[in-house]
Design a protein. Structure first.
Lengths: 113, 199
């Protein structure tokens, strides 16, 4: 048997429609993706459908990539397409100045571990 | 447009990213696993880097893409706040590809193995250059020589403002201590910032 992935191996650019660059540079590893619809509309490519289904619960780009077994860059391309279709939304795309109360909340949380 | 689109009421979640860095085999994934509420996840990122070479006179060539694995974990603070801990790829040669991981990070932990102290220099340099606040965790390996923290500080050449803590990546309490030290220093910085703004 070959050591390489078999029938389920699909080159990443097939899934991204030939594009190799994320359309959106604002999608970072920790950017939260959240589906805007209860169920994926019919007729979506399967990888878009899978990402939407996964993002019924908010997921970071990195989590989505790990759970779908995809490279991060592929997830950002698929997510970009879904965002353009208003099927997916992102939480906080810009680096924000973290307020003191947020820091204190994190500190309390870690102390409680 | 999709007619089925329904806007959801769901609350927004603020993700806050921390980076765990250090040389190869220093215990970054172990550190993440000791404190994460989930089993650390592994994902791969294709990272583009410009090759360094004097013969690179064209602007089209000279770019290579490498796939590197990253392990990360998560700590949920509440329904609107999540902390992510990302381990940087271990090998030195990926050091210059950290931007994708570190962009937007709130803080970092640099793990040091006292047997191979030089391996963490790229991480220290990186966070200093990017002005990302960090603490140094001196990982206690069995059989490794133990040095007073101040000696380690001298060897690293980091200023007194950078906290140094002993840290056993396998021990949850120890890892927790390192994270608390980082968060406390961030709180202190935020207080100083707010005080300065109030003047």
């Amino acid at each position: 048997m070959s050591e390489r992935p078999g029938h389920d191996f699909v080159r990443p650019f097939i899934m991204t429609g030939g594009r190799t660059r994320a359309a959106r540079r604002d999608l970072r590893l920790e950017t939260m993706l959240h589906s805007t619809v209860e169920a994926p509309p019919p007729g979506l490519p399967s990888e878009q459908e899978e990402l939407l289904a996964l993002c019924q619960e908010p997921q970071s780009v990195a989590e989505a990539a790990a759970k779908l077994g995809l490279v991060v860059g592929v997830v950002t391309v698929i997510a970009g397409d879904l965002i353009a279709e208003d099927l997916l939304t992102v939480h906080h795309t810009d680096p924000v100045e973290i307020e003191l109360d947020v820091l204190t909340k994190m500190l309390d949380r870690v102390r409680a571990i | 447009m999709h007619a089925s689109t329904q806007t959801r009421a769901g609350g927004r979640i603020l993700p806050v990213k921390f980076v765990i860095a250090g040389g190869f085999g220093v215990g970054k994934t172990t550190f993440v696993g000791s404190i994460s509420e989930i089993e650390p996840l592994r994902t791969e990122a294709a990272m583009t880097s410009v090759s360094a070479g004097v013969d690179d006179l064209t602007h089209t060539g000279g770019k290579t893409t490498t796939t590197v694995a990253m392990d990360f974990g998560r700590i949920t603070v509440d329904e609107s706040l999540v902390m992510y801990l990302f381990g940087t790829p271990g090998q030195d040669r990926f050091g210059f590809m950290w931007d994708d991981i570190c962009n937007g990070a709130l803080g970092a932990v640099v793990l040091v193995d006292t047997r191979r102290i030089d391996q963490c220099f790229p991480a220290v340099d990186y966070f200093e250059a990017k002005r990302i606040p960090f603490v140094v965790g001196v990982n206690n390996f069995d059989g490794a020589p133990r040095y007073p923290l101040e000696e380690v500080r001298d060897a690293l050449g980091v200023p007194a403002a950078v906290p140094l803590v002993e840290c056993d990546a396998r021990d949850r309490q120890s890892v927790k201590g390192a994270l608390i030290t980082l968060l406390e220093s961030l709180v202190a910085q935020a207080r100083a910032r707010d005080a300065a703004a109030a003047v």
